[in-house]
Design a protein around this ligand. Structure first.
Ligand SMILES: Cc1ncc(COP(=O)(O)O)c(C=O)c1O
Length: 395
């Protein structure tokens, strides 16, 4: 079957957070896609809608089976039914777990630059983000500073590591050796790990992410693993996620916390959509991954040929591209504001992702290529103008 990712859908006037922008603005910031979800998901929701009654909903056996089969078949990971808990979202899980499992004023380690909302979950709970900057190499790839992370996890104040795999915003897939090392070191120092794997299905064609759940059983006893179909199938607004905790004592505490926080029960579409995605969405997802890969190649070409002062970092996963703008402006907030006001192109500026993000822009490429081309034209125009104003020699 073929799928039409070129179809442009007007999202204005739908209360879309991404598209709640000025008429001439082009939003390429928040992580949702301008594509319709998979036909199987749409059909399942339509059928559910036709029923016409939207009362309280339970988590069905099908929901558990769908997650278990998907992670077994696609990610070589075993999930046992009793280890899996429903929740309304990954951020609700993270916020709840931080409140329940750590104490006020504890430090929570994060590898920066990282998904900005991690900071909110930590700070809003009265905990302290402990930033461990990733090492940014001259070849524009990111690696883990092992010594710095070990020192951080050894610090008695640090009781949790919030890990993002694949890593938003730098698009990195962590390899098995690194994950294993983090698991061992976190266990050594009694640190609980949250592994946020929401982008796990959005890898480049031919690449696979390594789930924490693929580690040997004994290395997973301190882990809380967040999974969801929402990024890959563009159903974030349906609020559906799962969390796997192997250790039964830890699991009880997570489950209790999610229930106390009232984020453990599904809305009328949450289960239906997740089941359809994981049971019938594989082919669509693979077509989507190919389309996103082509979009990445387009950005790469345009930056290499036309907007040479911006440098794309290596990306293997997610539809979020991380662009180094140091040659134009070291404070990317300024550049992002300029691009928005001058050209309407709305990107995320890097400083909101923590230390090491200051001279980067994040570009969401999950849109029809015609939209992306328009975005890249605006980017070129904006950078040219910014360079002229700041007296920079172009190219
Ligand atoms: C790493 C990461 N975790 C969580 C979320 C949001 O999860 P949810 O919508 O399930 O709360 C996002 C959204 O962009 C994300 O990038």
């Amino acid at each position: 079957m073929s799928y039409d990712f070129d179809k442009v859908i007007d999202r204005r006037g739908t209360d879309s957070m991404k598209w709640n922008v000025g008429e001439d603005e082009l939003p390429m910031w928040v992580a949702d896609m301008d594509f319709e979800t998979a036909p199987a998901v749409l059909d399942a929701i339509r059928r559910r809608t036709e029923h016409g009654i939207f009362g309280y909903t339970e988590v069905s056996d099908d929901w558990y089976d769908a997650y278990i089969s998907w992670w077994r078949n696609r990610h070589h990971s075993v999930i046992r039914r009793e280890e899996l808990i429903f929740s309304t979202g990954v951020v609700p899980i993270i916020s709840s777990v931080i409140r329940k499992i750590t104490d006020p004023a504890d430090h929570v380690a994060i590898l920066t630059p990282v998904y900005n909302i991690f900071f909110n979950s930590i700070v809003n709970a009265g905990r302290i983000p402990e930033q461990v900057p990733l090492h940014y190499g001259p070849d524009r790839t990111y690696t883990l500073d092992l010594d710095r992370l070990e020192q951080t996890l050894a610090d008695p104040k640090v009781s949790m590591l919030l890990f993002c795999n694949p890593h938003n915003p730098v698009g990195k897939i962590w390899d098995q050796k690194t994950i294993r090392w983090i698991a061992e070191v976190s266990q050594k120092y009694g640190v609980t790990v949250i592994s946020d794997e929401i982008h796990g299905d959005l890898t480049d064609p031919g690449k696979e992410y390594v789930s924490w759940l693929s580690l040997p059983e004994e290395l997973t006893s301190n882990a809380i693993v967040c999974l969801a179909p929402t990024k890959a199938f563009n159903i974030a607004g349906l609020q559906t996620a799962g969390v796997v905790v192997r250790n039964s004592k830890l699991r009880y505490r997570v489950w209790r916390g999610l229930n106390n926080d009232e984020v453990a029960e599904p809305n009328a579409f949450a289960v239906t959509a997740a089941v359809a995605a994981f049971r019938e969405g594989a082919e669509w997802l693979d077509a989507l991954r190919s389309y996103l890969y082509e979009n990445k190649q387009l950005v790469k070409r345009v930056l290499e040929q036309d907007v040479k002062e911006l440098k794309l970092t290596e990306s293997e996963a997610t539809y979020l591209l991380w662009i180094d703008c140091e040659r134009v402006e070291t404070d990317s907030r300024k550049l992002a504001e300029f691009l928005r006001s001058e050209t309407g192109l709305y990107l995320s500026h890097g400083s909101q992702f923590g230390m090491g993000g200051e001279h980067f822009l994040r570009l969401n490429i999950a849109c029809p290529s015609v939209t992306l081309k328009e975005g890249l034209l605006r980017l070129d125009r904006g950078v040219q103008k910014y360079s002229e104003i700041s007296g920079l020699q172009r190219r």
